[in-house]
Write a new protein. Structure first.
Length: 101
């Protein structure tokens, strides 16, 4: 989830006249860090990861994201959470065609 920072991409997509196809753009987003409040800043759960990617796709008006990055994984409560929830959510997104990497 880009936290609302997709305006540059939206502007670029509106401005292009077909001379720059989507396949020529590399779209990235991050998941895992969502809030400025330290008590609610991070969420690496399966459901939140999936929802975050869905919101990014909608906000950026994309069918897929080229690269999804894990934002600050060192702040996850455990490596087990990343292995059991976050990574499977990212794999599911690839299976659904929402992400390339």
């Amino acid at each position: 989830d880009d936290g609302g920072n997709s305006a540059p991409l939206n502007h670029l997509r509106r401005k292009r006249t077909g001379s720059l196809p989507r396949s020529r753009l590399i779209v990235n987003t991050k998941v895992g860090r969502y809030d400025a409040n330290p008590l609610h800043q991070f969420d690496f759960s399966y459901d939140t990861t999936i929802q975050s990617i869905q919101r990014s796709l909608e906000r950026m008006n994309c069918d897929y994201i080229d690269v999804i990055q894990l934002h600050d994984p060192e702040f996850a409560p455990s490596i087990s959470l990343l292995k059991q929830e976050t990574i499977p959510a990212l794999v599911e997104c690839r299976k659904r065609g929402w992400a390339k990497a």
